[in-house]
Design a protein around this ligand. Structure first.
Ligand code: NZQ
Ligand code: ZN
Length: 412
C-alpha cells in the first residue's frame, strides 16, 4: 500500500425531504447571495428547484439563477456564470442537478476568483488555490461530483474535454441527497449513471499496487451492491431503498475511498471523454458501457491477474469447471469428482463476458453503432486522446496510441 492523504470534507445530508434544508445548509457555509445553477428542465418539472429556492429565501438568502446547462457542459456557460458572479457579488454556488450542472458550478466557483482565464485550471497551467463554496442538491447518481474535488468541462473550440482535479478546493461544502428525487430519471439515464459509478471504482481497482486488501474489499463490496441493487431500480423506479443504495454507492465510488493507498488508472475515462467531447449527444455512462469491456479485454491479454480477481470476487465466476470429457465419465460414475482449474486468462474472460451481459441487461450501448456514431474517425480520436492525456495513458497497463486505436477498433 502506498502512502496517502484522504480528506473528503463534504457534509452529506441524505434522505427524504432533505432538499428542504438547502437554506439552513447554505447559511451554515456562509451563503448570502447564491447563484443557483440547474439543467435543462427536469429540476423545474419535478418541483425540486422551487423547493430549494423557497428554502433559500426563507433563510434570508438572495437568489440568482442560471439554467439550461446541457449534458457534457461547455466553457461558454462557465464564462457566463463567472460574469454573473462578479456582477452580482455572489458568495456561493448551489448546483441542483447532476454532474454537468455541478461541474459547471465548480468551474464558475474557481474561475470567478481568478484574474486569468478559468481554462488555465483545466489545462493544467495553474493549480486552483481558492474557490467560492459550492453546495449541491443531487438529482442523478452517476458522476460522483457531489463528493469529488473534480470538474469536467469541454472547451467548445477544438472539442477538448478535460478533467480538473483538486484535493479540497472544489469539493462541495455540502451535498443534499434525496433518493426520491431520482425517481423521475428516465431508465436510460439511470443505467448510464450505474455504469459510470462502476467505472469510477474500476479506475481505482485495476492497479498494480500490491497489498491494498482493505481498499480492494471496499471497492468489491460497493461493486457487488450496485450489481444487486441495479436490477431492482430498473424494474421498479420507485423502489426507494434500492434508489437509496444506488445513490450512496455513486458517492462512495468517486469520493476517493475506493482509491486509497494505490495508483489509479483512468484510461477508460480518457478513452470515453474523447468520444463524448466529439459526440456530445453520447451520455458519458453510455460511452463507458461500450469502452470498458473493450478496454478490459485489451489489458487482460497483457495483465489478467486483477481482472480475474474481479471476475471471481465480484462477478461470481467459478475458478474450476467440471470436466465432461468422455474418458472421465467412468471416474465420475465411480463418484470421483473431476474438476479442471481454469486459467487466469479464462477466469478473466468469463468475468468480462458477465460484465458485458450486465451492461446489456441495463439496455446500454456496446459499440459505436449502438452509441449512434455512424462513421467514427478513429485516427482523430486517438490523436486527440494522446495530445490531451499524454503517451502512454493509464497505469494498470500503460496504453500507447497503437493500444488505444485497437480498443476503439473493438467498438466498430
Ligand atoms: O438537464 P436536465 O433537464 O436536468 O436533464 C438531465 C440530463 O439530461 C437528466 N436528469 C438529471 N436528473 C434528473 C434528470 N431527469 C429526470 N429526473 C431527474 N431527477 O439527466 C441528464 C444527464 O444529466 P448529467 O448531469 O449530464 O448527468 P451526469 O451526472 O451523468 O453527469 C455527466 C457529466 O459529468 C462528467 C461527465 O463527463 C459528464 O460531462 N463527469 C464528472 C465527474 C466529476 N466531476 O467528478 C466524473 C465523471 O467521471 C464524469 O466524467
Ligand atoms: Zn465517469
Amino acid at each position: 500500500m502506498d502512502n496517502f492523504t484522504y480528506f473528503a470534507p463534504t457534509k452529506f445530508v441524505f434522505g427524504r425531504d432533505t432538499q428542504k434544508r438547502a437554506g439552513e445548509l447554505a447559511r451554515e457555509f456562509g451563503g448570502t447571495r447564491v447563484l443557483v445553477v440547474y439543467g435543462g428542465g427536469s429540476a423545474r418539472r419535478s418541483g425540486v428547484l422551487d423547493c430549494v429556492e423557497t428554502s433559500l429565501r426563507e433563510a434570508g438568502i438572495t437568489i440568482f439563477e442560471m439554467g439550461g446547462i446541457k449534458p457534457n457542459p461547455t466553457d461558454d456557460r462557465v464564462r457566463e456564470g463567472i460574469d454573473i458572479v462578479r456582477r452580482e457579488n455572489i458568495d456561493m454556488l448551489i448546483a441542483v442537478g447532476g454532474g454537468s450542472v455541478i461541474d459547471t458550478a465548480k468551474g464558475i466557483a474557481c474561475g470567478a476568483l481568478y484574474d486569468g482565464d478559468f481554462w488555465d485550471f483545466y489545462c493544467g497551467k495553474r493549480p486552483v488555490e481558492r474557490a467560492l463554496p459550492v453546495g449541491v442538491v443531487l438529482t442523478i447518481p452517476a458522476a460522483g461530483s457531489e463528493g469529488s474535488g473534480n470538474s469536467v468541462i469541454t472547451l467548445r473550440e477544438g472539442a477538448i474535454k478535460l478533467s480538473l482535479r483538486t484535493e479540497v478546493a472544489l469539493r462541495p461544502k455540502f451535498s443534499i441527497m434525496n433518493p426520491e428525487l431520482t425517481e423521475s430519471l428516465p431508465l436510460y439515464q439511470t443505467a448510464c449513471g450505474i455504469v459510470d459509478m462502476m467505472a469510477h471504482i474500476f479506475e481505482r481497482y485495476f492497479t498494480n499496487t500490491p497489498d491494498c486488501e482493505v481498499t480492494d474489499r471496499v471497492a468489491e463490496g460497493v461493486l457487488k451492491s450496485i450489481i444487486i441493487e441495479a436490477p431492482k431500480v430498473m424494474a421498479r423506479p420507485d423502489d426507494y431503498q434500492a434508489r437509496a443504495n444506488i445513490m450512496w454507492a455513486a458517492t462512495l465510488a468517486h469520493n476517493g475511498i475506493c482509491g486509497t493507498g494505490r495508483r489509479e488508472d483512468w484510461s477508460s475515462h480518457f478513452i470515453e471523454h474523447e468520444i463524448s467531447a466529439v459526440y456530445p449527444e453520447v451520455a458519458h455512462g453510455a460511452g463507458l458501457a461500450a469502452v470498458i469491456p473493450a478496454w478490459m479485454e485489451h489489458v487482460a491479454a497483457v495483465n489478467p491477474d486483477k481482472v480475474a480477481q474481479f471476475a471471481e470476487r465480484v462477478m461470481g465466476v467459478a475458478t474450476h469447471e467440471q470436466d465432461e470429457d468422455e474418458d472421465e465419465l467412468s471416474l465420475l460414475d465411480a463418484g470421483i469428482a473431476i474438476h479442471r482449474t481454469l486459467s487466469t486468462a479464462e477466469i478473466a474472460a468469463n468475468g468480462i463476458d458477465r460484465l458485458r451481459q450486465f451492461f446489456r441487461s441495463l439496455g446500454m450501448p456496446y459499440d459505436f453503432g449502438s452509441l449512434g456514431i455512424k462513421e467514427p474517425d478513429i485516427p482523430a480520436l486517438v490523436a486527440a486522446l494522446h495530445l490531451h492525456k499524454g503517451n502512454p495513458i493509464g497505469a494498470y497497463v500503460p496504453l500507447t496510441p497503437a493500444d488505444t486505436e485497437a480498443i476503439y477498433r473493438r467498438l466498430l
